[in-house]
Write a protein of this length. Structure first.
Length: 145
């Protein structure tokens, strides 16, 4: 069975309170605007077990997803003009520009070339791996033969 939206169960006033909180209105300002005794009463609505918390989280998720969809759409629209610039730069009279454009296009299509590692001697070899999705460096010790 599909889960019912928390937002659909709220009054118009509750929705306005959620929007005000999302728009960074202070708890005191919300209390004054909507007739609460004090800001503590408003804070209690948004605690993890507060009455408005599930709907507030749903509201944030919906707006965040809409933002991500808009960013993705903008990225898709920018691809064609960006590719046209790169292709135009291939025929640039400046060798640095044309080489950079060619390298970028080839790396995107074929992948970056593999780096060769040479090692000789008594010291153990250390390879540092940096991956874009990993914020930390990993060091791998490779024993010499």
């Amino acid at each position: 069975m599909a889960e019912t939206s928390h937002l659909s169960k709220l009054t118009a006033k509750d929705l306005e309170i959620i929007q005000a909180r999302y728009d960074s209105m202070s708890l005191q300002q919300i209390a004054e605007k909507f007739g609460f005794k004090d800001n503590v009463c408003v804070a209690n609505l948004f605690t993890p077990t507060g009455r408005l918390r599930p709907a507030y989280d749903e509201y944030k998720d919906i707006l965040h997803q809409a933002f991500l969809d808009e960013v993705l759409n903008l990225q898709k629209k920018a691809i064609s003009p960006a590719m046209k610039v790169l292709i135009k730069n291939l025929s640039s009279s400046n060798g640095n520009i044309s080489s950079a454009a060619a390298k970028y296009l080839l790396d995107r299509e074929l992948g970056s070339p593999k780096t060769q590692v040479e090692h000789s001697g008594e010291m153990p070899l250390q390879i540092i791996i940096k991956a874009p999705e990993q914020p930390k460096e990993r060091v791998i010790d490779v024993e010499s033969n």
